[in-house]
Design a binder for this molecule. Structure first.
Ligand code: C5P
Length: 407
């Protein structure tokens, strides 16, 4: 669907520029044409020659000559693209964009465009959290600039935190979402709550009980719902994923915080519980770091059951008309899901095999079984993004059928 579309990629000066080369390769694989502008600082990190080899086009930079400007000016550069992508977007280029500067080819093209713009910020964590950068980000968001990332993680400068550029795959997904003809707004006017990711239950201020959930399926669901016109709220445990376009993300840590956040968001039309909530929390969690001394024995943890968020919302006074749970199982996948449907009071359980051989946990693909009171529908293996789209179509159909039946 995106084949033949054109992107103007602006590569600014950051160490993450090497990931933009991979991005170009992935875009070209999908038949998307890429023209690139590299800033003077950007050319310190990746050479115009590498960019040109991958785009198959000449690269534009500030070293352009007057003849180039006559052949293809900055106006034409931005006019001929369907979308402008700035990756990496440094603190400096974000500041220039927010301030409306136009003192080089990249910023001039950005100021002269009426095309949608997507930025993938990448910088040191302190630069990212600096009030000036956050102010500029607000200004850019208000001007309808879309933002993907940054992610949290180890940084090239040796620090840890938010500031790592989104991975090429994530930028690609954001690009595809912006380029694709908008899907039908099947869920317009609906509010959807999605829980996603793991929870962390503290043992002491440093340690916690967690799990391997990446949050990918839940994030993909929120993105798919939002793209189909719904207002999606994503209540997420700690993950390294970036917020899907337009989705409001509420970050939580523990199961109890997740439950409270879900309750606060009621009423809603659909609630989807894709989070891997810890079944137990530590009843005797310590407010000080538990010390390892020769005198102390191995400490015992006293576990206590966590609230079952899905079950409590399914029996809530303000129960959403459609309550959907997930069942991650390593054996008897379908049978366990059927039992869970009744026990939890959900309308649907989406069951999947998370045994080590399936590589679902943390992976990109998923094979699900849709379990309802009517029976079981086993789907073929799909990407998590595709599973999300098809589920949203299913949910929209179910809500519509109920509305018709009520009429
Ligand atoms: O019982 P089990 O953990 O397998 O149930 C999985 C489903 O229940 C998922 O949809 C999960 O998000 C939800 N759940 C919950 N609160 C819990 C445990 C599970 O919402 N404490």
């Amino acid at each position: 669907m995106t084949s033949g579309r054109r992107i103007l990629l602006i590569i600014a000066g950051g160490i993450a520029a090497y990931k933009s080369l991979e991005l170009i390769r992935r875009l070209r694989e999908r038949g998307i044409e890429v023209r690139a502008i590299v800033t003077t600082a950007g050319a310190e990190f990746v050479t115009p020659l590498s960019i040109a080899s991958l785009t198959g086009e000449r690269v534009f930079s500030d070293l352009f000559s007057l003849t180039d400007e006559a052949e293809i000016g900055h106006i034409e550069l931005s006019r001929s693209a369907d979308l402008i992508v700035v990756a990496p977007a440094t603190a400096d280029i974000m500041a220039k964009m927010a301030g409306g500067h136009a003192n080089d080819l990249a910023t001039t093209a950005l100021l002269a465009t009426d095309k949608p713009v997507l930025i993938a910020p990448a910088m040191n964590v302190r630069m990212w959290t600096h009030a000036a950068t956050q102010r500029n980000l607000d200004i850019l968001r208000q001007s309808n600039v879309s933002v993907v990332g940054p992610n949290e993680g180890d940084m090239a400068c040796g620090e840890y935190g938010p500031g790592r550029m989104a991975e090429p795959e994530e930028i690609l997904q954001a690009i595809e979402a912006l380029l694709q003809a908008k899907p039908e707004p099947l869920l317009r006017g609906r509010k959807i709550i999605v829980t996603a990711g793991p929870t962390q239950e503290p043992i002491d201020p440093i340690r916690y009980i967690g799990n391997r959930s990446s949050g990918r399926q839940g994030y993909a669901l929120a993105a798919a719902g939002q793209a189909r016109g719904a207002e999606c709220v994503l209540i997420s445990g700690p993950t390294t994923l970036s917020a899907p376009l337009g989705v409001r993300v509420i970050k939580v840590t523990t199961a109890e915080e997740m439950r409270q956040a879900v309750e606060r968001e009621l009423p809603a039309d659909i609630a989807i519980f894709a989070a891997a909530v810890a079944d137990w929390k530590v009843a005797n969690a310590s407010s000080e770091k538990i010390k390892k001394t020769a005198a102390t024995k191995v400490p015992s943890l006293l576990l206590q059951e966590n609230p079952d968020i899905l079950a409590s919302i399914a029996r809530h006074q303000r129960r959403p008309p459609l309550v959907v749970g997930f069942a991650a199982e390593t054996e008897n996948v379908v049978d366990n899901a059927k039992a869970k449907l009744a026990r939890k009071g959900a309308d649907l359980i989406i069951a999947n095999d998370v045994s080590a051989k399936s590589a679902v946990m943390g992976g990109e693909r998923n094979r699900v079984h849709v379990v309802s009171a009517k029976g079981v529908d086993s789907w073929v293996e799909l990407s998590k993004a595709e599973v999300a789209v098809r589920l949203m179509e299913l949910f929209a159909g179910m809500l519509q059928a109920r509305r018709k039946a009520a009429e």
